[in-house]
Ligand binder design. Structure first.
Ligand code: UD1
Length: 313
């Protein structure tokens, strides 16, 4: 019976991946999560099929025995957020670089077949051309972007030097149910959801015309399953995006329409380290992995809003 390990499996993306693995027929999924960003309640509905280990990925001795013998390790654990990595760079450096190294090391030592790594579109920085494709030179603009890029390089070095198969998926602004809106560092759409349900204006940094390729969480989970089994992809870096491009002003306009309210945003100065535009070329993901995103932005936004409504008091 195959064993799957998901680091960060109690988090927003990790728990969606755990549910996708179980839907696909996995009997048991092993989660490593220190519950700093993750929450046990994200796994409540599948708790009988999940083995949760509350450990820190930076501690090799703690994670190595858990990882040993797995078929695939999905490395999702991280300290996200561009501004957090600028305000407080040490923890994100340690977790995103040293932690990734220890996960790959444990996977290699434990005879794991493949590690699938959650990389980030932030690695591209501002490119002259859109959409962003994997042949473009990375140009990280923030500690977070650099840390995630180092993790990618480590993944491909583990493939080349140590015989661990790896695939790095560059996520493009993932959103959906369970994204935690409680911190100023939270993903913008989760903050928009909370604002609209509280009938408060959101804060928009800059003119709101910056754009993102918002990607629905279940499409990203599905892409991870494909990356785990695709042949001849070891050492590769592949975009995990939807292929679209939505401005923040448009996202807020759509939400207002869905809720039937009119609340002008409050505009503030742009954030340091912010990328202006982000849009994935999904050609490589389609050709190598058979990527087929199922959720349009409107559909994903509607499903996400429904979930936040169900949680809103
Ligand atoms: C970046 C990565 C993304 C990664 C994420 C992890 C890029 C293009 N994307 O996301 O792949 O998953 O880090 O944290 O680098 N904003 C507001 N108001 C708010 C909050 C944010 O206007 O209250 C703006 C930001 O300034 C930014 C946009 O919304 O322009 C998106 O911000 P955020 O959701 O934090 O994600 P990125 O930094 O784009």
């Amino acid at each position: 019976m195959n064993k799957y390990v998901v680091t960060g499996g109690a988090g927003f993306i990790g728990s969606a991946l755990v549910r996708a693995l179980l839907r696909e027929g996995a009997h048991k999924v092993v989660v490593i999560d220190n519950l700093l960003g993750g929450k046990e309640e994200n796994l409540a509905e599948v708790s009988g099929s999940v083995e949760l280990h509350r450990e820190d990925i930076c501690c090799y001795e703690a994670i190595a025995p858990i990882v040993r013998g797995a078929d695939v390790v999905f490395h999702q654990a991280a300290i996200p957020s561009v501004p957090r990595s600028i305000d407080d760079p040490v923890p994100s450096h340690e977790v995103n670089i040293d932690g990734a190294f220890q996960v790959f090391r444990a996977a290699k030592d434990g005879g794991v077949r493949r590690a699938v790594y959650a990389a980030s579109s932030s690695a591209y920085g501002d490119t002259a051309v859109l959409p962003k494709s994997e042949t473009m030179m990375p140009c990280p603009k923030s500690p977070y972007a650099l840390q995630k890029l180092v993790g990618e390089y480590y993944a491909s070095v583990f493939a080349g030097c140590f015989g661990l198969e790896t695939v790095a998926l560059r996520y493009f602004n993932v959103y959906g149910p369970r994204q935690d809106p409680s911190s100023p560092y939270s993903g913008v759409l989760s903050l928009f959801m909370k604002a609209i349900l509280d009938r408060r204006p959101p804060t928009i940094y800059g003119d709101g015309e910056q754009s993102r390729d918002f990607t629905y969480v279940d499409d990203v989970a599905e892409l991870n399953l494909k990356a785990a089994r695709a042949p001849d992809v070891s050492g590769k870096v592949i975009n995990g995006g939807n292929g679209g491009r939505i401005t923040l002003n448009r996202a807020w306009a759509l939400l207002q329409k869905m809720e039937g309210v009119e609340i002008p945003p409050v505009y503030e100065a742009p954030r340091a380290g912010d990328v202006r535009d982000s849009q994935a070329s999904i050609d490589l993901a389609v050709s190598l992995l058979g990527h087929a995103p199922r959720y349009s932005f409107e559909e994903g936004l509607r499903l996400t809003l429904e979930w936040y409504r169900s949680q809103h008091r």
